[in-house]
Design a protein around this ligand. Sequence first.
Ligand SMILES: [Zn+2]
Length: 481
Amino acid sequence: MRAFQDAQLARYVAEYLYPFSPYYRGLFDRVGVRPEQVRGIDDLRRLPVTRKSDLLPTDDDPQRFRQFVLQPSKETIRSAWPLGRKLPLLWQSLTKGRPFVEERLRKEFYPCFMTFTTGRSAEPVPFFYSSHDLDRLRVTGKRLIEVLGLDSETRVANVFPYAPHLAFWQVVSAGFEAGMMVLSTGGGKVMGSSGDLRAIGRTRAQALLGVPGYVYHLLRKGVAQGADMSSVRTVVLGAERVPPGMKEKIRALLSQMGARDVKVFGTYGFTEARMAFAECPTPDSGEYSGYHLYPDLALFEVCDPKTGEAMPEGEDGELVFTPLSGRGSTVFRYGTGDLVRGGIQYGACPHCGRTTPRISSNLTRESSLKDLQLLKVKGTLVNLEDCAVILAGMAEIEEWQVELVKKDDDPLEVDEVVIHVALRAGAEEEATATKLRNAFRSSIEISPNRIEFRTLEGMLRKIGMETEIKEKRFLDSRPVR
Ligand SMILES: [Zn+2]
């Protein structure tokens, strides 16, 4: 595997990345690395980690994203590709004509589809796909289905939001490639949760795929309406980190609607990768296999998040991503900001026996919250992921939102943290508030100034469930100075 990846990487750098990517050609030249010096994974350390900030538009270059799109020309192809790759093109040009060759190259390189990063305050960055990349999206979709233990007979309800985001399209592509019945409802904003519930009921869907917060909301509504969900066997969550208590909560709701032995899986993917990875079935609901990677299409390093140095095998660090087959928008040594505990495992999976590498399910997804992740509140840096883990994990809490305000709405006053909570039926306000304060104090060292209890209806309106593409879990209402 390693020898194969080394060869793929060397070829990708020499024949695609360096000659065709304006950004990386410039970067290689700046740090004084020749493309032929990258002979394998060990040579990656010669190059700096690319950060999300490198992709963002600047005053000088408002269309910075273009720098990352592979842009071959006749001249660069002629000088970069070895004879073995050019001869077939020449032959086809003679036998089938130049338009045939032009069309073939166009299919490989010309952007024909895009998704966007979903930063909360930063400009969204477009990522382009060529036909070649769309083929890969189908391939990775099919692999996802296989790893999850589903097959082409499975009926799928895809409730990911209909948007130019990876998750929705990865599932759609999986269905096309596997020849599987996928009903893509577009999520709550398009058909409404009642429409989604009817669709799941009518198609007798066996697998339900969506964003954790919305899937949970949908199932809760299903219980309230007395829906029959006995056909559901599998729930696949994506696009966001799955809080620890969430899988259990989902299983409990489904069992109330007649579904038994439901498996709940997490997936890992991000816009810049243009592919997603899944966990495989484990015998115990509390056991996670880790995300199975595709070593022929991409490689991951685990690096020190500060220095970008590769960590020894098995140690914690930041996941750094390098594609081996991408066209269109291409990143290289991309620092995801996601921290993995236990590094990458290379042994056979104890559950399914696959020998592809796996990244631990114990992943802190910083990428989904990148621009709000660390907020200075009352002089302490607060990781909002940690807040989410506490709130979503508490059985007493149905829905929640963290709001940052200024005391008395005065810009010069101190920060205040307000936690809005809708309680589960039967839970007590006082006891929950105490538990919540203790959990906050012990794990993030701040105490909320106020905890406000709301009705479930009011809470759903406040977080924009079914009206926003992404629920608003964190609201910064501090007035701008
Ligand atoms: Zn496995």
